[in-house]
Design a protein around this ligand. Structure first.
Ligand code: 9UX
Length: 68
């Protein structure tokens, strides 16, 4: 499925790479695309393999805040 997750604190291209990279490392995440303008990341994932909670943690581990 596809989900748009709101993320606070991403401002430059390196932030974008950090968040996308951290999500893509998770088993079950097929793609992750950050929009700096929209302050979100669109994730395509297999909900049987990865949970929202795991994705939230991966983003927070990079130092950004997930807005519920
Ligand atoms: Mo760019 Mo993002 O210098 O936390 S990496 S703003």
């Amino acid at each position: 499925m596809e989900k748009v997750i709101r993320v606070e604190g991403m401002t430059c291209g390196h932030c974008k790479m950090s968040v996308e990279g951290a999500l893509k490392k998770l088993d079950g995440v097929a793609s992750a695309v950050v929009s700096l303008e929209d302050k979100n990341v669109t994730v395509v994932f297999d909900e049987n393999k990865v949970s929202f909670e795991q994705m939230k943690e991966a983003i927070e581990d990079q130092g950004y805040d997930v807005v519920a």
